[in-house]
Ligand binder design. Structure first.
Ligand code: ATP
Ligand code: MG
Length: 349
């Protein structure tokens, strides 16, 4: 059956790594039960340049009709001072598609263990997932105000928003290590107190799983002190943003981490956890692994193409273990060279 994938390459390194992701998708297409129809649309800074809006109406309509969405990255200095910004477009897209759950797996490939700034014995065997609430909290809460002398934001959560993200986390934990670590700041924040009480309630529905609570400051320390102690981490929008960038230290680079965002019924969106990296855009040196692994996540989760997804993950691991590394991992390989090697591995396999 034909599935429609909307492609939002975006800005900075977005188009470069998207090209890699799509080449890899093409290379595994024959292993797939479905066939895929790609539809590219401008979004973010590219949306502003081409259609005068960070989230053009046509782009949103296409996303709403898609079976899945692939996003590169958005943003950059060119659009920072505009009234409509790429970041606004991204928040609007997440809101419009009701993408409330952002799933960020952090596994450390054995090929990368010795590249991490952390001790190998600490990170070896790390396999955790950060489940970040994506559609509410302080990034969306009103009121907010900014004057020269005073500013505030509002960290607001409705109970049902906390319930549904906790359900996502427990369901994931059931398929893995059966442990959920809920991260909050319940000793200080009202929104976190509701978060913690709700987590306790939802946990009763999953007696096969264990729930523990950690304050975000302590969790930030433990994440790099003993990452193996975590299975599924569930947390709010702000804490999830910070902890997942921190977790990228474990595999050694932001450039290797994919993510999936889903709603209760509509299409899911797959994207690297990093941004558009304007400092290296246009040089052909970005690490495409985050995008390639996002394609694998899409194949597995939106289309149940487990064999193809696994083949992509194995191919990336194999190429890394041969020592072909992009510059963020200390190597010399270009985006195109790494991608080509993965494709050859897939075609030979
Ligand atoms: P955002 O606010 O969108 O999350 P950010 O401010 O966290 O963005 P990034 O664009 O993620 O910033 O980049 C952070 C650093 O990581 C930059 O130095 C960038 O070059 C590097 N980086 C990010 N992604 C990659 C990648 N795929 N390959 C190589 N380096 C990368
Ligand atoms: Mg960031």
């Amino acid at each position: 059956m034909k599935k429609k994938i909307v492609v939002l390459a975006g800005d900075g390194i977005g188009p470069e790594i998207m090209a890699s992701g799509l080449q890899v998708l093409d290379a595994v297409a024959k292993k797939c039960f479905h066939s895929f129809e790609l539809e590219e649309h401008p979004f973010g800074g590219a949306g502003l340049d081409e259609a005068g809006a960070s989230l053009p109406k046509k782009t949103l309509a296409a996303c709403q009709n898609a079976d899945a969405i692939l996003l590169g990255a958005i943003g950059g200095p060119k659009w920072e001072k505009m009234s409509d910004t790429p970041e606004k477009g991204l928040l609007a897209l997440r809101k419009a598609l009701n993408l409330f759950a952002n799933i960020r797996p952090v596994a450390v490939s054995s090929a990368l263990i010795h590249l991490s700034p952390l001790k190998p014995e600490i990170i070896e065997g790390t396999d955790l997932i950060i489940v970040r609430e994506l559609s509410s909290g302080i990034y969306f809460g009103e009121p907010r105000e900014l004057t020269e002398q005073m500013a505030y934001d509002t960290a607001r959560y409705q109970k049902n928003e906390i319930e549904r993200i906790l359900h996502s986390a427990f369901k994931l934990a059931q398929s893995r290590g059966k442990k959920v670590t809920s991260v909050d700041k319940a000793n200080v924040l009202a929104s976190s107190k509701l978060w913690r009480a709700t987590a306790e309630e939802i946990a009763k529905e999953y007696p096969d799983c264990r729930l523990e609570h950690q304050y975000v400051d302590s969790a930030a320390m433990k994440l790099i002190q003993n990452p193996k102690a975590f299975d599924v981490i569930v947390t709010d929008n702000l804490f999830g943003d910070i902890l997942s960038d921190e977790a990228s230290v474990l595999p050694g680079s932001l450039g290797v981490l994919p993510s999936a965002s889903y709603s209760t019924d509509g299409p899911s969106l797959y994207e690297p956890i990093h941004g558009s990296a304007p400092d290296i855009a246009g040089q052909g040196i970005a690490n495409p692994i985050s995008m390639i692994l996002s394609v694998a996540m899409m194949l597995r989760q939106s289309f149940q193409e487990e064999t193809a997804a696994q083949a992509i993950e194995d191919a990336c691991d194999k190429i890394l273990s041969k020592g072909l590394l992009t510059h963020d991992l200390g190597g010399q390989a270009t985006t195109a060279q790494f991608t080509e090697a993965v494709i050859q591995e897939l075609e030979g396999a």
